[in-house]
Design a protein around this ligand. Structure first.
Ligand code: ATP
Ligand code: MG
Length: 305
């Protein structure tokens, strides 16, 4: 075996590695929330929890840590988890797969294919926390965005790089309007993120954008209402990373999130499970992340244009 070319780099790399398995034991299980006495882990880290019925271990995300206590939320249905089940830290999944391979595809919150069209090959993995442009680096919208909807283009024109919300009571046509925006707007790439919708709505939206031709223009990220709050919240981060990838390639990207309210509800579920105090409408302080998400999605870079 050849010796490493630069032994110092090898030594410094090994100093960052963990050679010990980090494990703990389940101490309490309640609806969507698992408490364990370990492992030593940080918030956002994934752990695998062994199932009592011999089935494959279940993945869960660490949502809170305290003195000898870790709170986890399962990524799937929390079945057959018994007290004393082994919890093993498997590390952060702090990056999202992005790239041209995702163009024209329907993916899950973790970037896995949901459209039955085979594996997706990512060009790169982007850190899910992304970055927000400094205030002075943000470019004001200076070009009109044509939506193809005369009532918007005529009375409430939008600009490229702008973010806007569609606010209305339930069942009055928000999703229908956003579907029209997604298929008609003049953008190089359109990323649709469906958070907490029913499967039927995902199918309807997907068929609408498939029928438009130019399938490579559209990508969709979906985490339906039956999925865990962790995945519903994460779907927005996957969509943001996709948008940022194409934005950095100089493309105009339209991001449609349906809905930010349901993403906030997912954040509330996570916050309450983590033991955060409920505030207005029982929303927990972690919903502040949504403000950051909207800042990531908007604005073009003054330097790159
Ligand atoms: N302009 C319109 N004219 C007539 N019917 C419409 C119009 N827009 C939407 N609808 C109908 O209204 C119903 C509800 O629409 P949609 O699902 O878009 O509402 P929503 O505001 O997204 O609801 P929710 O708050 O539950 O997400 C659908 O059956 C849709 O076909
Ligand atoms: Mg809707």
């Amino acid at each position: 075996m050849n010796a490493p070319a630069n032994p110092h780099r090898f030594v410094s790399a090994t100093s960052l590695m963990s050679f010990a398995r980090r494990v703990g034991r389940v101490r309490q299980v309640s609806a969507g929330r698992i408490e364990a006495d370990g492992p030593f882990a940080t918030v956002g880290e994934f752990c695998s929890i062994e199932a009592d019925d011999g089935a494959a271990p279940m993945l869960a995300e660490v949502v809170a840590v305290g003195d000898e206590r870790v709170v986890l939320m399962p990524l799937g249905y929390a079945r057959a988890v018994a007290p004393d089940a082994r919890v093993t830290a498997v590390g952060h999944s702090g990056s999202a797969p992005v790239g041209h391979g995702v163009a024209g595809r329907l993916v899950s919150a973790l970037g896995a294919p949901l459209d039955g069209r085979g594996e997706i090959f990512a060009d790169e993995h982007r850190p899910i926390e992304g970055c927000v442009l400094e205030p002075l680096m943000r470019k004001e919208p200076d070009h009109v965005l044509e939506t193809g909807l005369r009532v918007i283009d005529g009375l409430l024109p939008l600009g490229r790089g702008q973010r806007t919300g569609v606010f209305a009571a339930s069942g009055v046509g928000k999703t229908t309007l956003m579907r029209q925006l997604a298929v008609q707007t003049d953008a190089d790439k359109v990323v649709v993120c469906l958070v907490g919708e029913r499967g039927k709505e995902v199918e309807g939206f997907w068929r609408a954008i498939q029928s438009m031709g130019a399938p490579q223009r559209f990508s969709m990220v979906a985490a339906t209402s039956d999925m865990s709050a962790v995945l519903r919240a994460r779907s927005v981060l996957q969509a943001l990373c996709l948008c940022e990838f194409w934005r950095d390639q100089g493309q105009d990207v339209l991001l449609v999130i349906d809905s930010v309210t349901r993403a906030a509800m997912a954040m509330r579920e996570i916050g309450l499970a983590a033991g955060a105090p409920p505030t207005v409408r029982a929303y927990t302080p972690n919903r502040g992340a949504i403000r950051r998400w909207t800042l990531r999605a908007a604005f073009r870079d003054r330097q790159s244009g």
